[in-house]
Write a protein that binds this ligand. Structure first.
Ligand code: HEC
Ligand code: HEC
Length: 509
């Protein structure tokens, strides 16, 4: 099927291919896969699913011995079993995922994650691509300078207003050598990773393939190889390369999050003439004041209100080698030979092509799902309230292990010992706040049941803005929450006649 997609892209039918892939991906996202299709895995003892990682099941073909190691699950039958609030969105605590990345079998070394929403995905990946390119250029320039002058050169790693520290270059045998000890909030390879709570996954396809395997036990052939039953459930070829492409395109082209202000402006919310329109009490003056408070107390140091994109075309596969597969993981297939050719990607334009949230007014189509605003330089504005960077959030948010640590995983001395910060256990990526009004519970493990609690858990690098928040009078705090609750997820599919449900986006405090 992937080869057919490729042939059609080459034949100039790219637009149709994109639309069809989005539709098929939509289907796949909500499909409740069955055992015949290969859902689940042989956990051991004839069990098919497990919410508890089972590193103790280590016989051949059982949990610990799969081809494509897993830290969790299989947890569910469909993607939207977890990503369901409101649509393709965030998850309840009951949808939390428990992971044992080190395969210890020891619950004290397991971590848990709350399900995030998936809207606007392509914009995050495109921002990361452009930022990575900028950082690579800075590194290359520092290297060239060091070799030209034969002395230490320093590059300031600033990409799209986000400061990733410094890189120092020296020259040895005419080749640049780099000292990355001054690099901050990003991996030493300078690749900006836009996905996961820890900002550890580079591109959407990689995430989708991993989620299918880890959460559903649906193994793509690109993961394990053609004809391979990697998870011992008696089924091979559980998802084709084309199906992973479709799911990826569907994820990428999710509409952007929006605001109540925008929805009211379009008559989609609080419309007295439309009984279908959801009713949510809002106070625009409070929202506007709250936006000012957000900046004044320094929340915007990390939750940057906007970053801009030069090139709004999303490509699957990406034009950048870091953001696509060079070789398919364990299957060692060559993606290009399998029809996944980066020179002929499936593309769409972030400024107008999102299939959902196209709203017709007076015969004109308003692309509420797309990123239609541009700045004075003509760059596309992405209002994400994030910086795609990792920060040390302090001991209160620290986990028992450092999931990204280079195999050096420190266990909290849970009997009396204090979880220190640093060492990566308390490091998380700035969570984009777009849509945050509808995604509770909040924080990486869903521990915050109100936005006030979410702020209370900010520590480490962020002690200053939390302290400033605590000093605000009650009225200003309320304005800040009005501003945060103005950020909502709203998805109206093309053929749906139902009004989207915004009832979960009501302020609670
Ligand atoms: C059992 C619940 C569950 C199921 C089922 C599930 N996910 Fe997720 N998903 C999560 C959690 C939890 C995270 C956050 C993981 C992390 O950051 O550590 C996540 C994160 C993601 C992300 C990254 C979002 C971001 O901004 O970082 C994508 C994309 C995604 N899932 C897609 C999928 C797809 C596609 C499927 C089906 C093949 C799926 N998920 C099935 C729970 C689930
Ligand atoms: C030093 C950077 C930094 C600053 C400053 C900061 N945050 Fe955060 N914020 C983060 C990180 C990192 C996370 C993710 C924490 C986690 O994964 O548990 C986060 C998460 C959040 C969340 C939860 C989002 C979700 O989807 O669960 C909210 C709400 C939030 N921040 C609001 C604020 C507000 C309001 C301020 C100002 C008082 C603020 N933040 C200041 C880095 C920062």
């Amino acid at each position: 099927m992937q080869k057919e997609l490729l042939a059609r892209v080459k034949a100039g039918e790219g637009e149709d291919v994109f639309e069809k892939a989005f539709e098929e991906g939509d289907e796949l996202f909500s499909t409740e896969f069955t055992a015949t299709q290969g859902v689940g895995a042989n956990v051991g003892n004839n069990e098919r699913f497990t919410r508890m990682p089972r590193a103790d099941r280590k016989c051949p073909g059982e949990w610990l011995t799969y081809k494509a190691a897993r830290p969790t699950g299989p947890n569910a039958q469909s993607c939207d079993a977890c990503h369901n609030r409101p649509t393709d969105g965030a998850g309840f605590i009951a949808a939390n995922v428990h992971r044992d990345p080190n395969h210890t079998g020891d619950p004290r070394q397991m971590i848990q994650r709350n399900t995030p929403h998936l809207l606007g995905g392509a914009a995050l990946q495109r921002l990361a691509e452009e930022m990575t390119k900028a950082l690579f250029d800075i590194r290359a320039a520092a290297g060239a300078e060091a070799c030209k002058n034969n002395q230490i050169a320093t590059g300031r790693l600033v990409a799209k207003d986000v400061d990733f520290g410094v890189i120092r270059a020296t020259c040895f045998n005419k080749a640049p050598q780099f000292d990355t000890s001054g690099v901050k909030g990003i991996a030493e390879d300078l690749v900006v990773r836009p996905f996961e709570w820890k900002k550890s996954v580079i591109f959407l396809r990689d995430f989708v393939r991993g989620a299918a395997h880890n959460e559903l036990g649906m193994q793509g052939v690109e993961l394990v190889g053609v004809g391979q039953d990697g998870d011992g459930d008696g089924v091979a070829n559980e998802l084709s390369i084309g199906q992973i492409t479709e799911l990826t395109v569907y994820m990428a082209a999710q509409a952007r999050p929006t605001t109540k202000t925008e929805l009211i402006g379009l008559g989609l919310l609080n419309n007295p003439n439309d009984p279908e329109s959801p009713q949510l009490p809002t106070d625009q003056a409070a929202i506007d004041r709250g936006a000012v408070v957000f900046g004044k107390i320094g929340c915007d140091a990390c939750h940057k209100p906007q970053l801009t994109l030069v090139d709004p075309i999303f490509r699957e596969p990406s034009a950048m080698v870091e953001f696509r597969d060079d070789k398919f993981f364990e299957s060692k297939q060559n993606p290009v030979q399998e029809g996944l050719d980066w020179q002929y990607p499936i593309t769409f334009d972030l400024t107008k092509d999102h299939p959902d949230n196209q709203i017709t007014r007076d015969g004109k189509v308003i692309h509420l799902g797309s990123f239609t605003d541009k700045d004075a330089a003509g760059h596309v504005i992405i209002r994400l309230y994030g910086d795609l960077k990792r920060h040390d959030m302090g001991p209160e948010l620290a986990e028992s292990i450092d999931e990204l640590g280079n195999g050096k995983l420190t266990v909290i001395q849970y009997l009396g010992g204090q979880p220190g910060s640093g060492a990566g256990r308390s490091t998380f990526g700035t969570k984009e706040l777009w849509g945050v009004g509808c995604t509770g519970p909040w924080l990486h493990d869903g521990r915050a049941t109100t936005l006030r609690e979410a702020i209370r858990y900010h520590g480490g690098e962020d002690s200053a803005s939390r302290a400033a928040f605590n000093k605000l009078d009650a009225a200003s705090q309320k304005d800040l929450f009005a501003f945060l609750y103005n950020q909502v997820l709203y998805v109206k599919e093309e053929d749906s006649t139902e009004a989207p449900d915004l009832s979960i986006c009501q302020p609670k405090d």
